[in-house]
Design a protein around this ligand. Structure first.
Ligand code: TRP
Ligand code: SF4
Length: 339
C-alpha cells in the first residue's frame, strides 16, 4: 500500500448534518440529536450547519428573526456539548459554493425523484400556498450540503431518510455521468434514541406547547412538569398507580434519574406511598440537576453574541475552504470551461 492510500484509509470519516434555524431547542433535540453530535466529535471530522436557506424554503417572508434564531440555536448546540474546537459549525449561506453545487446537481436530478420524496410530500401538505420551486429543490439542496463537504456519514432522524436516499442516488448519478469516483455515497447514521414525547404525550415540539426548552430555567421547568400527564386511572392520592400506565412522568424518569430511583418510583407509585404531585416535584429536581451545567454554559454563551458570531465566521471559512475545493473538482468533472 502506498503512503497516500494508507493515509486516505486512516483519515477519519467526515460527518455532516444540519438543522434549520427555528430558534431555541428543546429536550427532544437534546436527547435525539445533540447528545449524538457530541459523541460523534470524538471519532469523526464533524461539520454541523445552520440551514438558513432551507428555512427560506417555507419561510421566505419571515426572515426578521433569522439572526436571533441562529444565535439561539448555536448557543444550544454548544451548551449541549458541540465543541467548535473539534467540530466545524457554520451557516449555510456563508458558503455560496453550496448553492452552486445545488444548481449543478439539480441538472441531473430527475423530477420524479424529488416528487416522490415522502418527507417533502409531508411538508407540502402543511403548506397554505402553492409549492414553490425552491421547496421542491429541498432534497437537492440538502444533497449539496452533504456533498460540498464530502460527508460520509449523516446523523439524522427517521424523517430524513427519504431525503438521504435521494442524496445517495444523486451522488451515484454524478459519479456515473462524469465517469469518476468523486463523491462518497453518504450513509445515514440513525439515532438510536426513540423520539422524546412532549408533556402531553404527543411528539415534543416547540409550537405544540408541550416542550421543555434547554433555555428554560429551573422554575419554568418545575411549572411545566406539573402539567405532564400521569396514570389517568389514578384519580385520588390514596389510589395505587401503575407506572406502566403513567404516560409521561414515569417515562421521563430513566432519562434523568439513576436506575435505583426509577425502581423506587415504580414501587412507591404502586403502593401509593408517593403521590403524583411529589413524584413530579422529584422528577423536576432530577431534570434540573441534569440540565444545570448545560444551562449555565448556555447563559454565558447567550450573553456574548459577538463570540457566537465569531465562531460562525471561523467555521464558515473552514467550510468554505472545503467547499471551494470540492467545487473545483466538480467544475472540472462537468467540464465547464473557464475563460
Ligand atoms: N432537513 C434537515 C432537517 O430538517 C436539515 C438539514 C439541512 C440537514 N441540510 C442538511 C440534515 C444536511 C442533514 C444534512 O432536519
Ligand atoms: Fe406517574 Fe409518579 Fe403518579 Fe405514579 S406517582 S402515576 S409514576 S406521576
Amino acid at each position: 500500500m502506498t503512503l497516500d492510500s494508507d493515509l486516505k484509509a486512516s483519515a477519519p470519516k467526515r460527518v455532516m448534518s444540519g438543522m434549520r434555524p427555528t430558534g431555541r431547542l428543546h429536550l427532544g433535540h437534546y436527547w435525539g440529536v445533540l447528545k449524538n453530535w457530541e459523541s460523534l466529535q470524538a471519532q469523526y471530522d464533524c461539520f454541523f450547519m445552520v440551514a438558513d436557506w432551507h428555512a427560506l424554503t417555507t419561510r421566505y417572508d419571515q426572515t426578521a428573526d433569522l439572526r436571533a434564531h441562529t444565535r439561539d440555536m448555536l448557543a444550544d448546540w454548544l451548551a449541549a456539548g458541540v465543541d467548535p474546537a473539534r467540530a466545524t459549525v457554520y451557516v449555510q449561506s456563508s458558503v455560496p459554493e453550496i448553492a452552486e453545487l445545488s444548481l449543478i446537481l439539480g441538472m441531473l436530478t430527475p423530477l420524479p425523484w424529488v416528487q416522490g420524496d415522502p418527507t417533502l410530500k409531508d411538508m407540502v401538505k402543511m403548506l397554505h400556498e402553492e409549492l414553490n420551486y425552491g421547496l421542491l429543490g429541498y432534497p437537492v439542496l440538502q444533497t449539496a450540503d452533504i456533498l460540498a463537504m464530502r460527508g460520509d456519514l449523516v446523523p439524522v432522524g427517521k424523517d430524513q431518510l427519504a431525503h438521504l436516499e435521494i442524496s445517495r442516488d444523486i451522488a451515484r448519478r454524478f459519479n456515473h455521468v462524469y465517469q469518476r469516483d468523486y463523491f462518497p455515497e453518504p450513509r445515514p447514521l440513525l439515532t438510536q434514541q426513540p423520539l422524546m414525547m412532549g408533556l402531553d404525550g404527543a411528539k415534543m415540539g416547540k409550537s405544540a406547547g408541550n416542550a421543555i426548552l434547554l433555555s428554560d430555567d429551573a422554575d419554568e421547568t418545575c411549572r411545566k412538569i406539573r402539567t405532564a400527564i400521569t396514570d389517568p386511572a389514578r384519580q385520588r392520592r390514596q389510589d395505587p398507580g401503575d407506572p406502566e400506565q403513567c404516560q409521561v412522568v414515569f417515562k421521563y424518569y430513566p432519562l434523568f434519574a439513576p436506575p435505583d430511583a426509577v425502581e423506587q418510583t415504580a414501587a412507591e407509585c404502586r403502593s401509593a406511598a408517593r403521590g403524583c404531585v411529589d413524584c413530579k416535584k422529584l422528577l423536576a429536581e432530577y431534570l434540573n440537576e441534569t440540565l444545570r451545567p448545560i444551562r449555565e454554559r448556555r447563559r454565558t454563551l447567550a450573553d456574548d453574541p459577538g463570540e457566537l458570531d465569531r465562531l460562525l465566521r471561523a467555521g464558515g471559512e473552514k467550510a468554505r475552504a472545503v467547499a471551494s475545493d470540492t467545487l473545483r473538482g466538480v467544475r472540472e468533472a462537468v467540464q465547464l470551461p473557464t475563460f
